[in-house]
Ligand binder design. Structure first.
Ligand SMILES: [Zn+2]
Length: 376
């Protein structure tokens, strides 16, 4: 049976163009040069182009338009308002970003930058999740995939970081909680990098459960240890799953089976959100997943949403920097959301992430058991 999948996209998100084809791109600072050298050793500044570039989105959109998936409904997001952004960000920070509208400049020494169209793009990216959740809360659909940039999960309340301006998924989760009356929201961040911004924003909040699987520190951004489990009332509601570089599809499936699903059943969320990075793809940086793995975990998350929360599942794009990996992975994910049967999982002979997923499950077992008591 085909399920309706809302796809949120607005071409104005292509207007965020920190470097490459923009003749007004900001000049390199020494800090930025040093960070590029650190992240991409031996790169040449004459040929270097910012990895978070407009082609990331057009690769996905072109594939979905060339090979339409039954059930897809294209939707336009409403830009996030200052009030909506300020649920997750400091008012002074929102005002600072808004003041950069129409300008170019570096915001962070880790190569986060704005071009003249960036602030419009950031408002649309942050508004996409809100738009999706509002339609889903009204009962008009159950699944959504938001094709957005700039990404969001590295941005904490008060600064831009890691290519992220506003924390799109945090803004969406906060809207579900504060404006739409959802009591419990669960996030799985499966981007290859730890979602330090999302962690900081919800660290003391027991109404938002976060599972974050990522390449272990010291990999960027260097946070996301097992022991970072929350603070205050939020202790036990932040479950990090640090994995070794090189992990493949089987590892992410194990994270789902051993951590995400038991935690969700204990927490009883009313809405599932996924920070959907595709940078664990083997064509991207240092991991070994492919589209069969992303389809498999999407299918499992869809079934979990059906089991626990009337099917409500919203996915928002985070990282992923290889155009083919992005197009193949996003297409497989949208097919899985639409209910198309998922093909065989490609697995490594020995996946280095499986043991780490089991270790994390053992570490978090107490938190998950405590959660089950609280919500029963
Ligand atoms: Zn990433």
């Amino acid at each position: 049976m085909t399920t309706t999948v809302l796809i949120y996209y607005d071409f104005r998100m292509l207007g965020h163009n920190p470097h490459g084809w923009d003749p007004d791109h900001p000049e390199w600072t020494d800090d930025v040069k040093a960070m590029i050298e650190l992240q991409y050793p031996n790169s040449n500044l004459d040929t270097y182009s910012h990895p978070e570039r407009p082609e990331r989105l057009t690769a996905i959109v072109d594939r979905l338009l060339l090979e339409p998936v039954d059930g897809v409904r294209w939707m336009l997001p409403t830009p996030a308002s200052a009030t909506q952004l300020e649920r997750s960000h400091d008012a002074a920070y929102v005002a600072h970003i808004e003041s950069l509208d129409g300008q170019s400049g570096w915001l962070s020494k880790d190569t986060t930058a704005v071009s003249p169209g960036s602030v419009t793009a950031a408002r649309l990216a942050a508004g996409s999740g809100i738009s999706a959740i509002e339609v889903i809360a009204a009962g008009e659909a159950r699944r959504a995939f938001c094709i957005v940039r700039p990404p969001g999960h590295h941005a904490p309340a008060d600064r831009a970081r890691g290519f992220c301006l506003y924390n799109n998924l945090a803004v969406a989760a906060a809207h579900a909680r504060k404006a739409l009356g959802f009591d419990r929201v669960m996030i799985w961040d499966w981007d290859m990098h730890h979602g330090n911004g999302t962690q900081a924003i919800f660290y003391d909040d027991p109404s938002v459960l976060v599972v974050d699987s990522h390449c272990a520190a010291p990999f960027y951004p260097g946070s996301g240890l097992l022991a970072e489990t929350g603070s205050g009332a939020g202790i036990g509601y932040h479950l990090n799953v640090p994995l070794p570089t090189g992990f493949g599809n089987a590892a992410l499936v194990e994270v789902f089976e051993q951590v995400v699903r038991p935690a969700a059943r204990a927490f009883q969320p009313e809405l599932l959100l996924i920070s959907t990075g595709f940078d664990c793809h083997y064509l991207d940086m240092v991991c070994a997943m492919d589209e069969t793995g992303y389809a498999a975990v999407t299918q499992r998350m869809s079934a979990l949403a059906d089991e626990l929360c009337d099917g409500r599942l919203v996915m928002m794009l985070e990282g992923g920097y290889n155009a083919k990996a992005l197009a193949d992975s996003a297409y497989a994910v949208v097919e899985a959301l639409a209910g198309k049967p998922v093909g065989a999982l490609n697995v490594l002979a020995e996946d280095p992430g499986c043991a780490a997923a089991s270790d994390a499950a053992a570490f978090h077992a107490k938190s998950i058991a405590a959660m089950a008591k609280t919500s029963s």
